[in-house]
Design a protein around this ligand. Sequence first.
Ligand code: ADP
Length: 381
Amino acid sequence: MSDRLVLVINSGSSSLKFQLVDPDSGAARAGGTVEQIGEPSSPVADHEAALRRAFEMLNDEGIDLQHCGLAAVGHRVVHGGNHFHRPTLLDDEVIGELDQLSPLAPLHNPPAVQGIEVARKLLPGVPHIAVFDTAFFHHLPAAAATYAIDRELAEAWQIRRYGFHGTSHEYVSGQAADFLGIPLAELNQIVLHLGNGASASAVAGGRPVETSMGLTPLEGLVMGTRSGDIDAGVFSYLWRTAKMDVGEIESMLNKRSGVLGLAGERDFRRLRELIESGDAAAKLAYDVFIHRLRKYIGAYLAVLGHTDVVTFTAGIGEHDAAVRRDALAGFGELGIVLDEGRNSARTSGARLISGDESRIAVLVVPTNEELAIARDCVSLL
Ligand code: ADP
């Protein structure tokens, strides 16, 4: 076993994901998810109980964190605000600053801070490092990062487009360059991260020039439970006429919208079954999802001007061949031709799915956010 392993922790409000990663080989030594934190009748009362449970699960695998060569604990933090855009060593001061960012990410940052605090308490002997989901997009061009609202208001309240899933977009764009054997600096890429959360990015020479998520992860593509792009007027209209309060509207848009809101089901495998059984709502949900995705691909082809590669990643992007086909159908004149045999082949790992005649390469590249976080941690040590 390598003598420098990184424990990567992704602490959400009701679940804690963990993985022990060897950043040198890229292997995941062990990992798991503790769910139902703090729910009524759950044996996992809080984040401390969840982390203790994670340690037990590692013990069951024969891993004792005190004696396995643990070099660091890497914490995924969703929002870094304007200030944090590099892997950052966590001390009391930094944690205090993260706490102050909570209004920007009320659903995500508070449970991450809780996870950090209990992990520092239970594993005091190793450095704890925060890796931010917004970091990769910190240097988005101003034209892409800026909302066209009152400038002083935006400055006073740190309102800009931050972008999320940055760890995945950075990792996958690097992997795509490696796969093609072309330097990252010479490639213009579109990355489509399609999981429960979904986002697109345009990456020119390794630097992000556009991304679909904004101030919060709500903007952009249609997602499992989030609406994606929506007229802000819907918010005030519901507030004024349906008498919903801010929390209710926010919860509706983030947790009960998207594919779930339209079809009553957020999982794409179930959605496919519903469509095949003739469910019209499921079909419409799928069509809205695909339409938005195609709109973004077209927009990013225009933003980049010249595109070399389009890459699909995350649960849906890696596994759902029909989504990939429908997303790119009829794009021949734009330079993209899928090879249906390659697209539907049941292979895992990075692979080419475009035809030899396609001017733009299309890839499937598995994302690995835990490994990317672990490597970020090691780069700081
Ligand atoms: P998260 O954003 O929670 O990390 P994932 O990246 O795991 O999500 O993606 C979850 C989505 O991927 C779900 O909608 C799921 O249905 C879909 N998915 C996973 N495996 C498959 C598959 N074999 N075929 C189609 N969709 C899949």
